[in-house]
Design a protein around this ligand. Structure first.
Ligand SMILES: Nc1nc2c(ncn2[C@@H]2O[C@H](COP(=O)(O)OP(=O)(O)O)[C@@H](O)[C@H]2O)c(=O)[nH]1
Ligand SMILES: [Mg+2]
Length: 693
């Protein structure tokens, strides 16, 4: 069945690992009548953790989608992974959903990944709620976690449901909005019941707060509230809808989804008051690359964004799409604007986990699946016609962990290549590239866990044996003072000889300027037609420096003089002369090695700050700055890349797996002493292969 835009809600469930996201998702489907019973995580049979790697590891790795119906409203839910290794699944879900729900453990309170997700949502101004969960656990405390949220995020969440007791005395929740109690019923769904006397005061207080939040919805409601001191149920609902769409308050929910507690009133709230897609916007780029907002609007021609690509054993390629404007019909002609190609749509689907359900059409705001698409890739724009507009691609973080990999048997090279292409398409945070300089295929991602899962698939599913190594660092060489040299290439072999003499000077350039070639020849000492040969020789000389055969950068090379022979000179002779002259000059110009330095940003709980700092100083890091908010410290530093090749592993052991980081290339910096000696030594067996010797 298809739903109109007004009858669609999209919710991304996110939060720190192990906070019960997958369990909530499962119980949402159970409460919505989609599945006959809720499976436990331990059984490996949940709807959302359905891939072999998820069942194996008992954690969510991919984003999963499912939906329930409530009062004619279709609610699409995304279950997302909690580990920052799989943040790709969170990014696409946040893009597609108008409302995010952050799960917070009722005992542990706000944990580090949740803080990062909160900041991400702040960056997008996206409406969000918090679900305080596992209240059936000993030491769980709804009010304490609310206070923790208030302290860490500087917002005062508005309880939509409140907890009746906690731990062993947990009885269920009260729906503050609808003034109903829901009592636990063992394994069955929670049941509506009269409000127990002991919680009536708590309800009254929560109700007061909720009405205040609703009054913020618009000015007329606020006036009404100030005048009368209250609002009608209809006004409350209207106010809550408006205030949440504008991200003016954060609704809070209580529950223990594993025991079916707090699930039904949460669904009711989403159906009643979560943002209607029409209140949200996406962003497109025009042909000049300028951003422009696009409202989610069924009244316009079709435009849709591909948010995910997956490959399913039975259905083949699956393209998840969010319809932003208009509607998409099965059996229709569309255009992949990004690829500038026609895309014929066959069947259309929605899904419950990996189970597909056919639909005839999808309206703006909805999310569905196209199978076996010919041209679609993640982030592509699908439209009725090419209007010169494409959606802003998913904003993905830079990889932080890399490993060099090659097939043990040469014959598997192509198969490995094909697998990597597909893996990178399925998970946009996973990348691979061939580094021509170090002659390595390097695979990169958001962490060791993500990379290990890819390696497992290569070995187990693809049956390709591979070797892995820590990737090599791309060092550079440069000079630190001016010098000059001359070289005469002369050979007499039989008839025709070879002759060319080049005199040149080298001088250091500022860091990052790479290379400049200056022809300062006067009076035709080297004829013009040989100058390209001279420059080729210089460029070849710079490809492998004299210290450790690394490329030479930031050097000006000035050709000042030379000599030619009317018969024996050739481009080749001048090239060889220039190459050797350059090397001789470089040796005298006080050469030095350069190493890549990265900008590193680390996020850790404050208690680990000291350990992280001392580890960074042991890694030759330079601390640039440090901030703290909500118990989470953010450290910015410059650290040589050579020290960071295994940082995701180091940081995990320092912070018991709670820390995370970003890295980006910053600049090249000179190295000397023992560090440089080690680099040179490691390169001793490196052989340069050059033509024309
Ligand atoms: N006691 C209790 N345990 C829960 C509840 N929800 C989830 N869990 C358990 O917490 C663990 C992690 O749950 P999961 O749904 O995988 O968390 P996720 O990593 O956030 O998806 C599992 O062992 C669940 O059984 C709950 O409401 N109460
Ligand atoms: Mg999960």
């Amino acid at each position: 069945m298809s739903h109109s835009t007004d009858q669609i809600r999209n919710v991304a469930i996110a939060g720190h690992g192990q906070t019960g996201k997958t369990t909530l998702f499962e119980h949402l489907l159970f409460a919505g009548g989609v599945i006959p019973r809720a499976e436990t995580l331990e059984s490996g049979k949940t709807t959302s953790d359905s891939s072999p790697e998820e069942i194996d590891r008992k954690i969510s790795i991919h984003a999963a989608m499912g939906h329930v119906e409530r009062s004619g409203v279709k609610i699409n839910f995304f279950d997302t992974p909690g580990s920052s290794d799989f943040s790709g699944g969170v990014i696409l879900s946040f893009r597609a959903a108008e409302f995010a729900l952050l799960m917070v453990d009722g005992k542990s309170g706000v944990q580090i990944e949740t803080v990062k997700l909160w900041r991400n949502l702040d960056g997008q101004g996206k409406p969000r709620g918090v679900f305080i969960t596992k209240l059936d656990n000993d030491q769980a405390d709804f009010s304490k976690v609310l206070a923790d949220i208030k302290e860490k995020f500087k917002v005062d969440p508005v309880p939509i449901t409140i907890s009746m007791g906690a731990g062993g005395a947990f009885k269920g929740v009260i729906d503050v909005l609808h003034e109903k109690a829901y009592l636990l019923q063992g394994d069955a769904l929670e049941k509506e019941s009269p409000i127990p006397d002991e919680f009536k005061d708590a309800l009254a207080a929560a109700r007061e707060k909720l009405i205040e939040a609703a009054a913020e919805g618009d000015d007329a409601l606020m006036e009404q509230y100030i005048e009368k001191g209250s609002l009608s149920p209809e006004e409350i609902k209207k106010g809550l809808i408006a205030a949440l769409a504008e991200n003016k308050y954060v609704p809070a929910f209580a529950g223990a989804p594993l025991k079916n507690a707090g699930v039904i009133p949460f669904i009711d709230f989403v159906a009643d008051a979560a943002p209607n897609p029409k209140t949200a916007k996406d962003t497109m780029l025009n042909s000049e690359g300028k951003e422009q907002p696009v409202a989610i609007d069924p009244g316009k021609p079709l435009s849709a964004l591909v948010i995910k690509t997956a490959y399913d054993q039975f259905s083949g390629k699956l393209s998840w799409i969010k319809i932003v404007t208009g509607k998409l019909a099965a059996d229709s002609e569309t255009i992949n604007v990004t690829e500038n190609k026609k895309e014929r749509i066959g069947k259309l689907y929605t899904c419950q986990g990996k189970k597909l359900e056919e639909v005839k059409e999808l309206f703006a705001g909805d999310i569905g699946i196209i199978t076996k698409s010919a041209t679609l890739k993640t982030s592509d724009t699908l439209a009725a016609a090419d209007a010169g507009l494409t959606f802003v691609p998913l904003r993905l973080p830079e990889p932080v962990h890399s490993i060099a990999v090659n097939a043990t048997a040469k014959k598997d090279d192509d198969k490995l290549g094909e697998f990597l292409v597909r893996a990178a398409e399925e998970d946009k945070t996973f990348r691979y590239h061939f580094n021509g300089e170090t002659k390595e295929t390097v695979i990169s991602g958001m962490g060791e866990l993500q990379i290990n899962i890819i390696l497992d698939k290569i070995k187990t599913n693809q049956k390709i044996e591979v070797e892995t190594r820590v990737p090599k660092v791309a060092y550079r060489e440069t000079i630190t003072k001016k010098a000059g040299a001359e070289y005469t290439h002369k050979k007499q072999t039989g008839g025709h000889g070879q002759y060319g003499k080049v005199v040149l000077e080298v001088a250091p350039l500022p860091r990052g300027e790479k290379y400049q070639f200056v022809n300062a020849i006067f009076g035709g000492a080297i004829p013009k037609n040989y100058i390209p040969g001279v420059e080729k020789g210089v460029v070849e000389g710079m490809a492998h420096g004299t210290m450790a055969q690394y490329p030479v950068v930031d050097v000006e090379v000035k050709i000042t003089d030379g000599k030619y022979h009317p018969v024996d000179s050739s481009e080749l002779s001048f090239k060889l002369a220039a190459r050797n002259a350059f090397r001789d000059a470089m040796r005298q110009a006080n050469p030095t090695l350069l190493e890549p330095v990265m900008t590193l940003t680390v996020f850790v709980e404050e208690k680990y700050l000291g350990d992280v700092m001392s580890d960074l100083s042991g890694k030759r890091g330079k601390i640039l700055g440090q901030d703290s908010a909500g118990g989470i410290a953010e450290i910015r530093a410059e650290v040589p890349q050579a020290e960071l090749l295994r940082y995701s592993i180091d940081l995990r052991s320092i912070t018991s797996g709670t820390g995370s980081f970003n890295v980006a290339f910053s600049h090249y910096a000179p190295i000397s002493g023992r560090i440089a000696d080690d680099v040179i030594k490691a390169r001793e067996t490196f052989k340069v292969q050059e033509a024309d010797e």
